[in-house]
Design a protein around this ligand. Structure first.
Ligand SMILES: [Zn+2]
Length: 335
């Protein structure tokens, strides 16, 4: 690996560390890429980092595949799932991925399929793997409206706006190319209807994965973009979670079994087939509460935790994820 390439790779890794996704030396062996969801619509484009598939009339989902067959982080362009919804006037993109290259790729797909680049982008929550690529939607002096809640705007700046010193460099460097919203949702309790021309979506302010998460409901098709509130086949990242609120939000999103859920990470699927996700959240709660009551530390509690086979396979982005889950519950229990 040449000097330039290595430095480039390290810069990518730095961003993944910042996103809380990567830990050194970690590999989740035998990770199966989420191919199962391919049944939900024609695959339009397939890249090493993810694929684009049509999941409904004028609706496309990005399903990211950041891990290689060895379960190691290999593709950082998108990392999260997302997609876009075309109306007669607007093309609404959901999320911006980790890198501008990911957003640029999806915007180009949108242009080819709908005749337009995204006119609007919703950032479901502040994490770098959903907000880090925003700059990739801009072309010359034209860019989309960027919609986020006030909490998300604030957290993007707090978490990623600050530069980190670089060795032998006069400048500190933020973890991502921070781009802010142009449309800020100040009321984070009331759903908003957005007209795309001939169809509309409902922007649903929720919380639980972070202090502020948006889910997007199509009003004319049984499809929900759930952001990181719902994961499939990958264990939830509780790093900023409010677990009691997470469960409430997930119950709401999975209530109608006939809805197609575009998850934040892992496979997409029908709500009716995602009961094991809710069961897993409940199991984590039960075990975390028991460990807390027994006076154990989150580390001790997590060390005794494993996912029972009956709940299916849940891979870990990082071995620290069980401990993060227990810590999130301890934050709530100690508050
Ligand atoms: Zn994410």
């Amino acid at each position: 690996m040449g000097k330039y390439k290595r430095r480039h790779f390290l810069a990518q890794s730095g961003t993944l560390f910042a996103a809380g996704l990567l830990h050194s030396g970690f590999s989740s062996k035998g990770y199966a890429q989420p191919e199962a969801g391919e049944g939900f619509g024609a695959v339009i484009d397939k890249q090493p980092f993810g694929r684009l598939q049509q999941v409904g009339e004028g609706v496309w989902a990005v399903v990211s595949t950041p891990l290689n067959a060895q379960g190691e982080f290999a593709h950082a362009q998108t990392v999260c799932n997302g997609g876009f919804i075309a109306g007669e006037e607007k093309v609404l993109a959901i999320d911006a991925f980790l890198q501008p290259a990911g957003a640029h790729w999806m915007a180009e797909q949108a242009r080819q399929l709908t005749g337009k680049r995204p006119t609007d982008v919703i950032v479901t929550h502040f994490h770098a793997d959903h907000s880090g690529g925003l700059a990739g939607y801009q072309v010359g002096d034209e860019g989309p409206e960027i919609i986020a809640t006030e909490t998300t705007r604030k957290l993007i700046n707090e978490r990623y706006g600050e530069g980190r010193p670089q060795e032998d460099q006069p400048f500190a460097r933020p973890a991502i190319r921070v781009v802010g919203p142009t449309q800020i949702m100040l009321d984070e309790t009331t759903p908003v209807t957005m007209d795309l021309g001939g169809r509309s979506v409902t922007i649903d302010p929720l919380s639980g994965h972070t202090p502020s998460d948006l889910a997007i409901h199509l009003d004319d098709l049984p499809i929900i973009f759930a952001g990181d509130l719902v994961w499939k086949g990958l264990f939830h990242n509780y790093v900023d979670a409010i677990p009691s609120k997470l469960r409430t939000s997930v119950e709401k999103l999975l209530k109608d079994p006939q809805k197609l859920i575009i998850t934040g990470h892992g496979e997409i699927g029908m709500a009716g087939e995602m009961g094991n996700y809710l069961e897993l959240l409940n199991l984590v709660e039960e075990r975390a509460k028991a460990a807390h009551a027994a006076g154990q530390s989150p580390t001790e509690g997590a060390a005794a935790f494993s996912v029972p086979e009956s709940l299916g396979e849940w891979h870990l982005f990082s071995p620290a994820y069980y401990e993060r889950a227990f810590s999130a519950w301890y934050r709530e229990l100690d508050a």
